[in-house]
Design a protein around this ligand. Structure first.
Ligand code: PHE
Length: 510
């Protein structure tokens, strides 16, 4: 028996070698297969061997082809991979779920103005800060500061990791809502009362179940190593999300509540803009950081794989543009539907996007089909963002406790699931976690990173930025913004956020 197996394996290896040495067509492959001695066992073995050869050869060809493609176009592949990964992380529930709901809660247009201003004058510079640290150190946020010989700034990485735990815990709960809406698209729709349907989705035992499913998917992506697939999915996901949102926004513009909605969303009251601006500052800054995945070190990790000749400013500009565009579009979809359904924007709360869209899909021909596609894309967007948060938390844990990647993923998956349970039972915890992690921790993380680059590492950082053929005036302008403008804005924002959070905790729990 052993002898037979050995002979079979040897024959197979020889033939395989012959095939590998001289590339052939599939007909050649089967011709060689036929040279196996038929008298020995039977035709079945011969045929199966043939099949196995073909798969082997195809596999070898595919791997070889991939290698050649990667070698020849390495820069292109890296650049695309980078843009996809970074956009995949940035575009997520933050744009489509969190932005419209926060805008609704914070009074509409004034919030939009402050948010846009912050994205441009704080978000973009801080994104560049993370890119410069990542590309310079070629390490994750924890190893980066050792590599740059400033280990004490590692604290910024730790702040980011804590934020990651908290954010992912409720992000996964909302991801679970998306899965429930996706399933509902195929099993009887979203009920007749969109608000009641949302309430039944948003908390309770089923919510916990789907929170677990989402978290298992995220941890599974790490365990199975299908990360590349997920990043490639961004090529389909981002354009699909844009097309669907544009379509829904156009449909929304024909509704009766559209005029009132645009008034609310797009025309700030000039007389109160300044006072409104101060009150919405913490929320708008938190949103700017959250949506661009800043303050946690995600962008440090992604840019650590980046080639030296990339123009960082151009790449970050592209990411900011796509991300902000999708958020603005989401608002253009949500508000017309909410106003038409008679739901005041603040009242929609965390359910705004679900309530407004479910109502809309209910009224459309083939609505559940469009809804199914929409929620599927939203799920992909949520997964690629959640994955990037999980990466930070996992690498932090591996570095700190020296455990294996798989073990860290399983352990952290369970811990984050447990931290998220209160949110899945009571929506009050969503605000409690969310305000703390975004308006305080992410801003603190961004502040530390900016202080480091602006005051400790300025000349190296400017040099790093210049590497990608960035225009020469960009470096000095950027470094001055990071040194003199970003820190005071973030310190004021942080102060306001802490006071606001204290009040929020007092009024909610005491
Ligand atoms: N940017 C992601 C979104 O908009 C969320 C996120 C926050 C991802 C922080 C990474 C870090 O959904």
């Amino acid at each position: 028996m052993i002898d037979h197996q050995l002979r079979r394996s040897l024959t197979r290896q020889c033939l395989l070698q012959e095939l590998v040495d001289t590339p052939r067509s599939l007909s050649d492959v089967s011709e060689i297969g036929h040279r196996i001695p038929t008298c020995l066992v039977c035709v079945i073995i011969e045929q199966s061997l043939c099949l196995i050869f073909m798969f082997d050869i195809m596999h070898i060809y595919i791997i070889e082809l991939q290698r050649v493609v990667m070698d020849v176009r390495e820069t292109w592949a890296t650049r695309l991979g980078f843009i996809l990964a970074a956009t995949g992380s940035a575009v997520g529930l933050g744009n489509i779920w969190r932005f419209p709901f926060l805008t609704g809660e914070s009074g509409g247009a004034a919030f939009l103005v402050v948010y846009l201003a912050l994205v441009l004058v704080v978000g973009l510079p801080v994104l560049l800060v993370e890119f410069v640290i990542g590309r310079r150190s070629k390490r994750n946020p924890i190893g980066a500061f050792d590599q740059l010989n400033h280990s004490q700034w590692k604290i910024a990485g730790a702040v980011g990791a804590i934020a990651g735990f908290i954010i992912l815990s409720y992000y996964s709960v909302v991801g679970g809502w998306v899965i429930q809406y996706l399933l509902a698209s195929f099993t009887g729709g979203y009920g007749t009362d969109a608000q009641a349907f949302f309430m039944s989705t948003a908390s309770g035992p089923t919510t916990i179940l789907f929170h677990a499913v989402f978290m298992a998917l995220v941890a599974g992506i790490v365990a199975l190593g299908v990360r590349n697939g997920l990043e490639k999915a961004a090529t389909v996901m981002v354009p699909s999300v844009i097309i669907l949102l544009v379509g829904m926004a156009i449909y929304g513009s024909t509704l009766s509540g559209a005029g009132e909605a645009y008034q609310y969303y797009l025309y700030p009251e000039l007389s109160t803009l300044l006072t409104d601006a101060v009150s919405v500052l913490p929320a708008a800054a938190g949103q700017a950081f959250f949506t661009l995945s800043l303050g946690m070190g995600v962008m440090i990790t992604y840019s650590s794989y980046l080639a030296e000749d990339r123009n960082l400013l151009r790449d970050s500009g592209l990411i900011v543009l796509i991300d902000t565009g999708i958020a603005i579009l989401a608002g253009l979809v949500v508000f017309p539907f909410l106003f038409t359904q008679g739901v005041t924007p603040g009242e929609g709360g965390a359910g705004s996007i679900f309530i407004s869209l479910a109502g809309a899909f209910n009224g459309l021909p083939a609505g559940t089909l469009i809804g199914g596609v929409f929620f599927f894309m939203l799920l992909l967007a949520a997964l690629s963002s959640a994955f990037s948060i999980f990466e930070v938390v996992v690498s932090f844990t591996i570095d700190t406790f020296e455990i294996t990647r798989v073990r860290a993923s399983v352990l952290l998956g369970v811990i984050i699931f447990l931290i998220g349970i209160p949110t899945a039972l009571d929506l009050t915890y969503l605000d409690t976690y969310d305000k703390f992690a975004n308006n305080i921790l992410l801003i603190l993380g961004g502040l530390l990173l900016s202080l480091f680059i602006g005051w400790v590492y300025a000349s190296d950082a400017t040099h790093e930025l210049r590497k990608g053929r960035a225009e020469s005036w960009i470096g000095p302008v950027w470094i001055n913004v990071v040194r003199y403008f970003v820190p005071p804005v973030l310190i004021i924002t942080l102060g306001l956020a802490v006071i606001e959070y204290y009040d929020f905790i007092q009024s909610t729990f005491f």
